[in-house]
Design a protein around this ligand. Structure first.
Ligand SMILES: *Cc1c(COP(=O)(O)O)cnc(C)c1O
Length: 378
């Protein structure tokens, strides 16, 4: 069976975990965490990057820092993972879902403004498959109406938009280092902010509402309870695993891109014949090969294609059931405007196996199986 995902492993993880244990510093903010923070600041050009226990908790931090009041609204796509929405529900907001673009499956920047009301406080964009949303247009709307912008860049680590790293363009950025993502620490993530004024609040929020981070830097002589907060910092053991991968970030990225490009080149002829649709990468985006997706004609064809691939020993998957039609989505939100693409396109989308070190022979087997399904000779 060709797995859909295999967690990234470069080889040095176990040495670093052993080192973290030997350091006798297995709680949060130890030496490996500090290395990861410095690497992210430098690599992505952001003043603040903090490891978190998950992408979900990074989103929760972002939502809490939006200072939402009951009844406030947050605009987000319906085609996303539950965590994007949960963070804002937990912070007391009402969700306003808007439609996506069929080419990138990202929020349609042209449909956002019509969803803005006098209760709107934030826009949360999701960079689907590590391909950037149209951030210039989105930041312009945010500026016009005084809205915060949260980037769910869970899938977008190492991607950029007009040369700027995803997660550093809006007010707050959220990464995931879950084992299904490009870089992993098992469970984990990161919270980024370009606003220095929020950096201190973020530290307090992450450290149980205390200024312990300042205390550890020697900036205050005792630490006290400053504000509301939680425990969003991961163990240094997890950071050690991640550090091994960040050291090899370019190698992992290039390896994934090679697989992505091989899929894309091999499947283009099927797209040219109108049998499938393939991803579009807008000119201003550099992506990280988080995912390779294709679209079948409709739900029925997708179901048959997944079954065919399974029979050929290939694990392909689909996602997401649009949030606005899920039980919690009905309870916590509403869809603004017309659902032109969200439901229709999500029913057609299929994800192919994609992970670091996907063997070329396996990749060709996946492609052959797809050609066989469509009855086309390669
Ligand atoms: C993976 C993912 C998350 C959640 O990240 P976790 O680290 O699993 O909590 C949130 N949003 C999107 C779009 C994701 O892909």
């Amino acid at each position: 069976m060709i797995d859909f995902n295999i967690a990234p492993f470069v080889g040095t993880e176990t040495d670093y975990i052993r080192e973290a244990v030997a350091n006798k510093m297995i709680c949060g903010d130890g030496p490996f965490t500090k290395r990861c923070h410095a690497w992210m600041r430098e690599r992505f050009g952001t003043p603040k990057a903090l490891l978190t226990t998950s992408g979900t908790s990074a989103l929760e931090m972002a939502a809490l820092l939006c200072d939402l009041e009951p009844g406030d609204e947050v605009i987000l796509p319906s085609f996303t993972f539950s965590s994007t929405a949960n963070a804002f529900v937990l912070a007391g907001a009402k969700l306003v879902f808007t439609d996506i673009r069929p080419d990138t499956m990202n929020i349609d920047e042209k449909k956002i403004e019509a969803a803005v009301t006098d209760r709107t406080r934030a826009i949360c964009v999701v960079h689907y498959a590590g391909v950037a949303c149209e951030m210039d247009a989105i930041m312009e709307i945010a500026q016009k109406y005084g809205l915060k912008v949260v980037e769910d860049a869970a899938q977008g680590v190492m991607s950029s938009y007009k040369g700027r790293a995803l997660g550093t363009i809006g007010d707050f950025g959220c990464f995931s280092f879950h084992e299904t993502k490009n870089y992993s620490m098992g469970e984990g993530g990161a919270f980024l902010t370009k606003e220095v004024s929020y950096a201190e609040r973020a530290e307090i929020l992450r450290e149980k509402g205390t200024d312990r981070s300042k205390f550890l830097r020697g900036q205050v002589d005792k630490y006290t309870w400053q504000d509301y907060g939680s425990s969003y910092l991961p163990s240094d053991i997890n950071a050690a695993y991640l550090w091994a991968q960040l050291e090899k970030a370019d190698e992992i990225n290039e390896n994934r891109l090679a697989s992505w490009n091989a899929y894309d080149a091999a499947l283009r002829p099927l797209a040219e014949r109108g049998l499938v649709e393939l991803p579009t990468i807008p000119a201003e985006c550099v992506h990280n090969a988080h995912m390779y997706w294709l679209k079948a004609a409709d739900l029925d064809e997708r179901t048959r294609l997944i079954a065919h691939l399974k029979a050929c020993g290939v694990q392909a998957t689909f996602h997401y059931i649009p949030l606005h039609s899920a039980p919690a989505g009905l309870k916590f939100g509403r869809f603004a405007g017309e659902d032109e693409f969200t439901t229709r396109e999500s029913n057609r989308l299929l994800r192919l196996p994609m992970y670091y070190n996907l063997a070329k022979g396996d990749l060709l087997h996946v492609i052959d199986a797809i050609y066989e399904f469509y009855g086309v000779l390669r």
